[in-house]
Ligand binder design. Structure first.
Ligand SMILES: *[C@@H]1O[C@H](CO)[C@@H](O)[C@H](O)[C@H]1NC(C)=O
Ligand SMILES: *[C@@H]1O[C@H](CO)[C@@H](O)[C@H](O)[C@H]1NC(C)=O
Length: 350
């Protein structure tokens, strides 16, 4: 009897004081509905997170997974911070019951993939941070419930291709960061529903081709980062579709540009479009042809088309000379025929 009473004592104590329990090693600030478990060397997400919690911070621990039902019943949770752990796996159902979550930070972990049901309960999510993980491939269904997402950070993973349809349900996206991945091509199908996208970071990938319709759906883009890729050439029509109400800033330096007359013309046309601005035009350096390696495109400007102009000139002069020669020759021939017939009056009479 006494034993049972002792066992019940903490519970009794809690209910008398109106306090909810707090996970071991964490600090709970009930007045602000905040649970602080930062840097506690936790290896597992603990139980007893108070039900009314609004923000929980597990940054800088030693978590290796998020177990199923880890956050069950936490209907009030809006912000969940899990960065700087060693999370390799999100078990199925590990995020279910987070229907009202708005910010999820999983950056600086070791995720190689997202489970198929990842987005199932995350319809309210506004911001998803997945940067600095080991993501290689994202299955379309892993993102298809994120209909309210505004900000998606996938930078510094090892993504090589983005599957068609992956972002199809993310019509409210304003910010997409794909910097520091291994993308080779910006494909036509990637951004078809991203009319509201304002910032697109694609720097420090391996991009050598932007397909001609890839940027065409974008109607609100303010910044397009393409520094540090493998672009040698680009077609003007790629940028033609970017019809924003304000301006679109392009970052294009640190690419192995082949500086020729055509490239000069493309940049010339871009500079002439009122709403397009190449932010780092002065830092655009030629990698080819060999004699121009290291030269800046801005410093050469119209000289690039000079060789072409003189070639055209040489060809024109050659053609003109050839025509003149032919005419002279023809004239000469007819003259000599004429004089031949002149000297033969009988022939004329015939
Ligand atoms: C996570 O670690 C990185 C790199 O060590 C650091 O830059 C970042 O500030 C850390 N973030 C948090 C929330 O601790
Ligand atoms: C980067 O692109 C080049 C061709 O542009 C290709 O040869 C190379 O394999 C690519 N590297 C990666 C890591 O995809």
């Amino acid at each position: 009897m006494l034993f049972a009473a002792v066992n019940l004592l903490p519970l009794l104590f809690i209910s008398i004081l109106g306090h909810t329990p707090c996970p071991d090693r964490c600090l709970c600030f009930q007045s602000s509905d905040l649970v602080d478990c930062q840097s506690r060397e936790l290896t597992r997400i603990p139980q007893h997170i108070p039900e009314g919690t609004w923000l929980v911070d597990f940054s800088r621990n030693r978590l290796t997974e998020v177990q199923s039902s880890a956050f069950i019943g936490l209907w009030s949770l809006r912000i969940l911070l899990l960065s700087n752990n060693s999370i390799q796996a999100l078990e199925p159902q590990s995020l279910s019951s987070l229907q009202f979550l708005e910010i999820l930070d999983l950056s600086f972990n070791r995720l190689q993939r997202l489970p198929g049901d990842f987005s199932q309960s995350l319809g309210s999510l506004l911001e998803l941070r997945l940067h600095h993980n080991l993501l290689q491939h994202l299955a379309p269904q892993s993102m298809d419930q994120l209909e309210n997402l505004r900000k998606l950070d996938l930078s510094y993973n090892i993504i090589q291709t983005m599957e068609a349809g992956l972002l199809n349900h993310l019509g409210h996206l304003r910010y997409l960061n794909l910097e520091g991945n291994e993308l080779n091509t910006v494909e036509d199908h990637l951004l078809t529903r991203q009319q509201r996208l304002e910032v697109l970071h694609l720097g420090h990938n391996n991009i050598s081709l932007i397909e001609s319709e890839a940027l065409a759906p974008l109607r609100s883009l303010n910044l397009l980062g393409l520094r540090g890729n493998r672009l040698e050439h680009v077609h003007f029509r790629v940028f033609l579709g970017l019809r924003t109400t304000s301006s679109t800033y392009l970052q294009l330096s640190l690419n192995p540009w082949t500086c020729d007359c055509e490239l000069h013309r493309v940049f010339g046309k871009i500079q002439h479009v009122r709403y397009l601005k190449v932010e780092d035009y002065k830092e655009i350096v030629c990698q080819g042809p060999a004699q121009l390696t290291g030269a800046s495109l801005a410093s050469m400007d119209s000289q690039l088309c000079m060789a072409e102009t003189s070639a055209v000139l040489v060809i024109t002069i050659t053609v003109v000379l050839a025509v003149i020669c032919a005419l002279v020759k023809a004239k000469h021939n007819s003259n000599s025929k004429q004089s031949a017939s002149d000297s033969d009056p009988q022939a004329l009479e015939k």
